[in-house]
Design a protein around this ligand. Structure first.
Ligand code: NAD
Length: 260
């Protein structure tokens, strides 16, 4: 389904991004993975994509804090593979703290990585997509693009922001064969969620089990974590021709969270 297509997935050294990269590779796409981490582990991850799916996979170390590095990641991918047809803006970080104690550097980093990086990547990738008359931009937003939770001011602001960016870009390219959508997962068990448990325990004076049950899964009527594979399958569907009329959509996959 995605043979002859190239996908760039930001923040794909772990979690949802890696799940999307592997799902696209399974459909025949060449993929560029990106993200932080131990160089040997990343090389193993990259090589496994090639070995498991028989496609080409390269790694970009672009830091999502840098607009210049993001632009270079897209142009390097275009040089290497001839096109960037699918762009998943997925890199993201979290910090949990009351707003009046929120560290300013954390605010700036969350807005840069979770929101501005998508602007830089879209800006760099759209000209090629327009020239070819086909493209898929998928922004990993969150249920927090639709509703808020306390102590996550920067994250919720960035995710609401990416919903606005998604709609705006979708309208700009609606007649050019390019769709732009945001996927809004509820809680998915990934390193990002695991890492916020200690801060949430502190902010709410709770045990780990209480945080899982009374904070995370409390919001999710199914009482189940969404799986990485479910999100990746949703993203893969959005890349199909059957999904050509889905654009500018803010799409929950949240076990009923935002139905409440
Ligand atoms: P994760 O921590 O497993 O993955 C985050 C990725 O972003 C990693 O590859 C990391 O290296 C990369 N990254 C972080 N800072 C970076 C930087 N400066 N430059 C380049 N890469 C950077 O987390 P995840 O849960 O898979 O999160 C992926 C996306 O999904 C995020 O945007 C997150 O907000 C969103 N999301 C996650 C959940 C959840 O419950 N896990 C729910 C909704 C939305």
């Amino acid at each position: 389904m995605l043979a002859n297509k190239t996908a760039v997935v930001t923040g794909s050294t772990s979690g949802i991004g890696l799940g999307c990269a592997r799902a696209f590779a399974a459909k025949g796409a060449s993929v560029v993975i990106n993200g932080l981490g131990d160089a040997d582990e990343i090389e193993k991850t990259r090589a496994a994509v090639e070995a498991d799916f028989g496609v080409r996979c390269t790694y970009s170390g672009a830091n999502m804090l840098s607009g210049d590095e993001i632009a270079a990641m897209i142009s390097d991918a275009e040089k290497e593979f001839g096109s960037v047809d699918i762009l998943v803006n997925n890199a993201g970080i979290q910090h949990v703290s009351p707003v009046d104690e929120f560290p300013v550097d954390k605010w700036d980093a969350i807005i840069a990585i979770n929101l501005s990086s998508a602007f830089h990547a879209v800006r760099a990738a759209l000209p090629g997509m327009k020239a070819r008359g086909w493209g898929r931009v998928i922004n990993t937003a969150s249920a927090h693009a639709l509703v808020a939770s306390p102590y996550k001011s920067a994250y919720v602001a960035a995710k609401h922001g990416i919903a606005g960016l998604t709609k705006t870009v979708a309208l700009e390219v609606a007649e050019q064969g390019i769709t732009v959508n945001a996927i809004c997962p509820g809680y998915v068990w990934t390193p990002l969620v695991e890492r916020q448990i200690p801060d949430t325990m502190k902010a709410r004076n709770m045990t780990e089990e209480e945080v899982k049950k009374d904070v995370l899964l409390k919001a999710q009527p199914t009482k189940q974590f969404v799986t990485i594979e479910q999100v990746a399958a949703y993203a893969t569907f959005l890349c199909s021709d059957d999904a050509a009329s889905i654009t500018g959509s803010i799409l929950p996959i949240d076990g009923g969270w935002t139905a409440q």
